[in-house]
Design a protein. Structure first.
Length: 96
């Protein structure tokens, strides 16, 4: 079984970095000014750009959920540390 190690000092930085990068991705929006051109290929390109924008919006929603999950992990982790800090040292060592 694999173990996951979270750096307590760096995890908030990772969350912030992820959130900043996600914001940049969510801002992406593609468009095309047809400038009066009436070609099926241009219409199809516009449809594809709109579909891609919808995909970016869905991806952005997924990034928001990932960010929230990271924040919940941190809160859960801090709560566990808080519980451990209230116990006598011997109980923590013995796993009580």
């Amino acid at each position: 079984m694999a173990e996951i190690y979270l750096d307590p000092k760096g995890f908030q930085g990772q969350i912030d970095s992820f959130e900043t990068a996600a914001a940049g991705i969510k801002e992406l929006k593609y468009s095309l000014d047809k400038q009066g051109v009436k070609l099926q290929s241009i219409d199809r390109y516009v449809e594809c750009a709109e579909a891609f924008n919808d995909t970016i919006a869905l991806f952005g929603a997924m990034l928001d959920k990932d960010t929230e999950s990271m924040k919940r992990i941190k809160l859960s982790w801090m709560h566990v540390d808080e519980d451990s800090s209230l116990k006598p040292v011997i109980d923590v060592i013995l796993g009580k």
